[in-house]
Design a protein around this ligand. Structure first.
Ligand SMILES: Nc1ncnc2c1ncn2[C@@H]1O[C@H](COP(=O)(O)OP(=O)(O)OP(=O)(O)O)[C@@H](O)[C@H]1O
Length: 333
């Protein structure tokens, strides 16, 4: 696996550093004109597993494609492993391995042949190739000489990770690594990603799966309409996602305001939203919902109906996009 001094004598604090990145597609006045990135700032600490979360069209691929040298930026700067992509594009790109979303692999080669071809493309001398080690790392050692067309979807995805690693980049970018992959394979891939990270590789991944970000990542940036609307540690961001509401319909008529509710409900964050409907806001980490149900019974009410609503990624998008100031605060934290 890569040693930091192979790429650069002094390892940078940030594996990726993006400042004021802008992308405008299409000519002015053209119907294809699109402001895809609107001054994106991003710092990915060396050694981290970093998630870039965002809905379709948010600008994730544009950002990754700029780093990969496949799309030209309109303005701003990007440094990969401390190397400015404008000043030394070759060295900058040597520091990054990109795992694309599509499973496009030449089916007539074996994994070993494919890795060798890739190593040749990057000019890695034969003596420095680590084909077996990389195949081992992604659990494909026993498939090294099999036809790629005989590999399952999960194996092909791991082979793409292996391909991105042949030139020993210290940064690996995975674009939606587990889209359409079943939960067992997803877990397997997460384990591979963790192992790479343990060996010192910084990981940036884009994902739609909140669970994936939660399971794997130290830091999460949320991107929407070409802007980073939140960027924080997983713990801080998850605290916002921890909120849950439970709506309870009771058999009895409720008072008109919460101040008149029985004392047993006084310690809860509760709203009266209908003649017989109460909505409790609580955090999953506060403990089981039974505490609320017990208090309702102690208050002398009989429950007729109950429903819960967990906040999800969509909620946090809505919350953050409707409260830019707050989002700014999070970003600065
Ligand atoms: N070549 C292009 N010409 C014009 N507009 C483009 C081009 N590529 C992307 N866009 C637009 O730029 C915006 C950002 O697209 P991008 O593909 O970066 O988003 P994304 O977050 O990666 O979405 P997805 O998850 O769907 O891949 C979208 O509105 C998209 O339609």
């Amino acid at each position: 696996m890569p040693t930091e001094c192979q790429i650069r004598p002094v390892a940078p604090e940030f594996a990726l550093e993006v400042r004021g990145l802008e992308k405008l597609y299409g000519r002015a006045g053209s119907p294809r004109r699109k402001h895809a990135l609107k001054g994106v700032d991003l710092e990915v600490p060396r050694g981290s597993i970093f998630a870039l979360l965002g809905p379709n069209g948010a600008g994730k691929s544009t950002l990754i494609n700029i780093l990969a040298g496949m799309v030209n930026k309109t303005a701003g700067t990007a440094k990969i492993w401390g190397i400015d992509i404008d000043e030394d594009p070759r060295q900058a790109r040597a520091a990054i391995g990109i795992v694309p979303q599509e499973l496009n692999i030449d089916a007539f080669f074996s994994p070993r042949e494919l890795l060798d071809l890739q190593a040749g493309m990057y000019g890695v001398p034969k003596s420095e190739r680590r084909t077996d080690e990389i195949l081992e790392l992604v659990d494909l050692a026993d498939k090294a000489d099999a036809y790629t067309r005989s590999l399952s979807g999960g194996m092909r995805r791991r082979l793409l990770v292996a391909k991105a690693m042949v030139h020993n980049p210290p940064i690996l970018v995975l674009d939606e690594p587990t889209a359409g992959v079943d939960i067992e394979l997803r877990r397997k891939l997460w384990e591979n990603v963790r192992e790479l990270n343990r060996r010192g590789v910084t990981i940036l991944l884009t994902t739609h799966y909140l669970e994936e970000a939660e399971e794997l990542c130290d830091r999460i940036a949320i991107i929407n309409h070409g802007e980073v609307i939140a960027c924080d540690t997983k713990e801080n961001l998850m605290r916002r996602l921890d909120a849950k509401t439970v709506t309870v319909t009771v058999a009895e008529a409720l008072p008109e305001n919460t101040a008149s509710l029985p004392h047993a409900l006084a310690s809860f964050s509760v709203e009266i939203t209908g003649p017989q409907t109460l909505v409790f806001a609580f955090r999953k980490s506060d403990g089981p919902i039974a505490r609320i149900l017990g208090a309702i019974a102690s208050a002398g009410y009989h429950i007729q109906d109950i429903s819960t609503d967990e906040s999800d990624l969509e909620d946090i998008f809505l919350e953050l996009t409707s409260d830019k100031q707050e989002a700014g605060r999070i970003h600065a934290a």
